[in-house]
Design a binder for this molecule. Sequence first.
Ligand SMILES: [Mn+2]
Length: 325
Amino acid sequence: MIFIKKEIYKKIIKIIKKYDSIVIARHIGPDPDAIASQISLRDSIRLTYPSKKVYAIGAGVNKFRYLGFLDKIDSMELNNPLLILLDVPNFIRVDGIEDLNYAAILKIDHHPSEDIKGTVDWTDTTKSSTCEMIAELILNTNLLMDQKIAENLYTGIVFDSDRFLLQNTSLETFNIVYQLLNVSKINFVALYDNLYDRSINEEKFRAYITNNLEISANKMGFIYVTNETLSKYKVEGVAVSNQVNNFYFINELICWMFVVYDEKNEIFKVNIRSRGPIINTIANNYNGGGHKYASGARIKDFKDVELLRKDLDIACEEYLKEQEN
Ligand SMILES: [Mn+2]
């Protein structure tokens, strides 16, 4: 096991060394794990190999500016760079590589594998986060780390594991976090200000969801938040997905689905969480995917939103029956 891991570190370093220009991308609608993993890997490669041109691309998110800045690239000017894809298993969800001609792909991800196959590929669904994998890589290779890189990696791990609450938090996660904190000596408690800072409007909005969530007999929760409601609470669409992790450990819920309409892209954005049935295989049928117990979908027609809701409810019913037996 340890031997296999060393092989993958070697392969990763070898392919990074081979290319003078490197573009690092991740999924659309990024979260702190996606952005922190690409910025920390970019900064580590820059620190270790100052002559390389390394870019972290994709649309920025105001809220996550504290992680650092992303780069704009001129795809035409880059000469067949190495493309590093982080925290994303499928091409359709990669942000910003439309016009890019790349020579090879290095993929590092903790989602179940889909259509992206890396020339060098490190996919491990047992990891809490992509940041845990980047931290492991840096700690075990010649890649360098500074305070900011360590802070970003810690932030990504804490976010994706939801403060070490979620299923994929492992002994290995704590081991990596211990090493990361031990070598960097960062003030990790101070980082929670960035991660958990929020407005009272968002808290009021959370109360709205709690009060208006429809819960079925099969412990399946559903809410469709209209744009009128968003304006009433003075929050943006992303506030809906920001809330979805706050509904774990509620007796009456084993699966919950939050829906909001994205007017700009004319699409219903669906976020699903479960601590019962496996949900990504169901979301796959509705232009969605993700992890076993944390998935999402982008749906054109509200009828399909209702069908997905029904499928999840049936999965909950079956899950509860199995639990009884
Ligand atoms: Mn992630």
